[in-house]
Design a protein around this ligand. Structure first.
Ligand code: GDP
Ligand code: MG
Length: 716
């Protein structure tokens, strides 16, 4: 018989850290709330029969956000054998709100009083015995980060699960409420074979719709219960749910008074001192820009760039192709096979693999920024900015995660309660360059801008600008009108990033990048090679007369107004839909990377010849902003749960990308000496249109008459 133990707690209290400590796995730990949006299962180290379940962080058991729904459904319907309730001891008052609820659901609960290392360091004292008595559960001090106490907590949870000792919910409410609750318990006792009457009584008292549907009560019983509740409500002059919430907080402050002694150190913590500078109204944005510049300077332009150059020039420019050629020659393979291996696989996959060092360095920097606590500050800083444009800081977290990959970014929008904000965030999240788009940036930077250090950060800021402009425009339409939800997020204290965590994170991300090179991109490469090597009569031909060239020339017309009407760029853009890395892989094949001599300059030279700086930049912008890869579009489809909305999203992104690309090229061309033409006129009209859409009066509507709200996927 296996035993299931669930880890439950507030966001950012250390659940995933403890999960990793207990199971030996390396799930992603981020130093901000909202990282885990789906439950994860693992086995306890050393005992395969014990299953540990990591749950999304929740503040309460009322199902308001999707994460809360996931966690609550699991805890209540699937009933784990016991729960380890992880409590962030440095925020104990807020964390106990959930604890009081967990104890009511009729499952054994062990409280892991986590981050005890910080409490000890501050000199605060928490009386765990008193705490346990007042709540009715076991309390064990832990530091998941330092590996203290996690095992004891797990052991205790196993013991309780085996003996089935449920935690006892104390009478924490006032007499009047307790009396009402026990009356309700008496009434439902007959119609419910669940032993956990108190939980149901409280939920009925709160008029919880989901629970009401779960238990079948006849009309008579219902009105009896209703009478008890409304009696109480008129006594308190408040609604049932608020009465329960208020009294929970009252009880918690009683507990805090008796069990927690804060040391009277009033000195300002180091984190606060740092924050005074970093989140300063005036300095915050320049500091953010500076840090991002340094990150890209380090990973793309210098250290990472040097390694990538070496790989491109020597490894895949010289060593691998030469040796493969030599092997093929000595075997005496057919011409087409030679071409397939050298111009197809080596050129395509090699072009992508060349960027691994840059990626790895970037992932390293981002992991450090995340873990030390800076990333959550960015969400906070951005909230001030985003609020003016109808988005909230909450929308920025998916965008931050989207810098790695759009798929988890889109999934993390589940933390956003308001459906319209959530939809809008899903649509704009992929505007930020994900890691797969970085090779495109690096390629263009190297080929056209002589490795200039401003191109990569500018891509970032183009992304943010696209998000802000879209925020303003979309918010003014009927589909998305309404105020953004208030943003509440606590800022975790800064800490020195853990070496292991940072390296694991960098490795995991780099691994999935390389895995893609070996699968999706390899496949795309084969298709592109095939289309670029044969004509429609299946004859091996020169690339310029291949099938791909004919297809490309048709598509290229579309992109003429953007300044890059060469068919190779058009084809590369289309392959970007498979995976953004494919754009570079495709250039690799189309410009014959593998035939290059000992310096990559020749490849860049060829690219250089087909673009001007301006058209290259418009190419870059279009590829950064247009519809994301299929995987991300799939994620949009799942999260929106609607084909129409998915189409709208991809269409909006591509249209927006086209307009911006065109404006940049056409207006830029005027400055570089082109005469005023139809293109310039259209570009100016588009600017006027964008400005109009941004400044016009919002189309607000009566909330009662809103369009059918996107249906939330029921997560069970
Ligand atoms: P989750 O959101 O509950 O899954 O929390 P995480 O496991 O992602 O941890 C959030 C942050 O708290 C990370 O930066 C962890 O390194 C840090 N953390 C977790 N447990 C402890 C602990 O016991 N002590 C300290 N000082 N930090 C911790
Ligand atoms: Mg987590």
């Amino acid at each position: 018989m296996s035993i299931k133990i669930a880890l439950a707690g507030n966001p950012n209290c250390g659940k995933t850290t403890m999960f990793n400590d207990l199971t030996g796995s390396s799930q992603y730990v981020g130093n901000w709330p909202g990282v885990t949006v789906e439950k994860k299962e693992g086995k306890l180290k050393g005992n395969k029969d014990i299953i540990i379940q990591d749950l999304p962080g929740i503040y309460s058991l009322s199902p308001y956000t999707l994460e809360e729904v996931v966690s609550r459904n699991y805890l209540i319907n699937e009933k784990p054998d016991s729960i380890i309730n992880i409590v962030d001891a440095t925020n104990i008052e807020r964390n106990l709100y959930l604890t009081t609820q967990l104890i009511e659901i009729g499952v054994p609960v062990v409280m892991a009083l986590n981050m005890i290392d910080l409490i000890r360091k501050n000199g605060d004292i928490i009386n765990t015995k008193k705490l346990g008595e007042m709540l009715g559960c076991e309390v064990i001090e832990t530091s998941a980060l330092k590996g203290i106490g996690s095992k004891d907590a797990a052991q205790k949870a196993v013991e309780l699960a085996k003996s089935r000792t449920n935690s006892v919910s104390h009478n924490i409410f006032s007499d009047a409420v307790e009396k009402a609750l026990s009356k309700i318990e008496d009434i439902i006792r007959g119609s419910l074979n669940d032993l956990n009457l108190r939980w149901f009584a409280i939920k009925l008292f709160e008029r919880d719709e989901k629970i009401k549907d779960q238990i079948t009560l006849d009309g008579n019983t219902k009105s009896e219960i209703e009478e008890i509740i409304s009696d109480c409500e008129s006594k308190f002059d408040d609604d049932g749910e608020s009465i329960i919430t208020n009294e929970r907080y009252e009880y918690i402050s009683k507990i805090i008074k008796q069990a927690v002694h804060k040391s009277n150190k009033v000195e300002v913590s180091i984190s606060d001192k740092i924050d005074r500078v970093i989140t300063n109204r005036i300095l915050a944005l320049p500091i953010f820009a500076g840090i991002m510049f340094l990150v890209y300077y380090f990973s793309i332009s210098t250290v990472g760039g040097w390694m990538t150059d070496w790989i491109n020039d020597n490894l895949f420019g010289d060593f691998v192709p030469n040796n493969v050629q030599w092997i093929l020659n000595s075997i005496g393979t057919a011409d087409w096979l030679n071409s397939f291996i050298l111009n197809g696989i080596v050129a395509g996959v090699g072009a992508v693999l060349g960027f691994v060092p840059q990626m790895a360095m970037l992932f390293l920097c981002l992991a450090i920024l995340e873990d030390c606590g800076y990333m959550s500050r960015i969400a906070f800083i951005m909230d001030r900015l985003f609020r003016r444009f109808g988005l909230s800081g909450k929308s920025f977290i998916p965008i931050l995660i989207g810098t790695g990959c759009g798929v988890p970014g889109i999934m993390s929008t589940r933390t956003i309660e308001n459906e319209r904000d959530r939809k809008m965030t899903i649509i704009v999240t992929t505007f930020i360059p994900c890691s797969a788009k970085l090779p495109i940036i690096a390629l263009i930077t190297g080929a056209l801008f002589r490795g200039s250090a401003w191109v990569a950060p500018s891509a970032y800021f183009v992304g943010i600008a696209a998000i802000i402009i879209s925020g303003i425009i979309l918010k003014k339409t009927r589909l998305f009108s309404g105020k953004p939800a208030p943003f509440v997020m606590e800022l975790p204290p800064y800490h020195v990033p853990g070496v292991k965590g940072v390296l694991v994170h960098m490795w995991e991300r780099s691994k999935s990048f390389m895995k893609k090179a070996g699968t999706v991109i390899l496949l795309a490469t084969v298709v592109i090679w095939f289309l670029s090597s044969f004509n429609s009569r299946m004859q091996l031909v020169d690339i310029e007369s291949s099938m791909l060239a004919s297809i490309g020339r048709v598509i290229a017309v579309i992109f003429t107004p953007l300044g890059w009407d060469n068919w190779k760029a058009a084809v590369a853009t289309i392959t970007g839909l498979i995976a953004k890395e494919s754009v570079v892989g495709t250039f690799g094949i189309l410009y014959g990377f593998s035939t290059v001599g000992d310096s990559g300059a020749e490849v860049w030279g060829r690219l250089h010849a087909s673009f001007t700086m301006l058209s290259a930049y418009s190419f870059l912008i279009f590829n950064l902003l247009c519809a994301p890869c299929f995987a991300a579009i799939g994620a949009v489809r799942t999260e929106m749960n609607s084909g129409k909305w998915t189409l709208f999203s991809a269409g909006y992104q591509t249209g927006f990308a086209y307009i911006i690309g065109m404006i940049v090229y056409q207006i830029g061309a005027l400055f570089t000496g082109k005469t005023f033409g139809v293109g310039s006129a259209v570009a100016i009209l588009l600017i006027v249109l964008l400005i109009y859409l941004m400044v016009r009066k919002p189309r607000t509507i009566d909330t009662e008459l809103r369009d059918p709200v996107m249906e939330r996927k029921e997560v069970v």
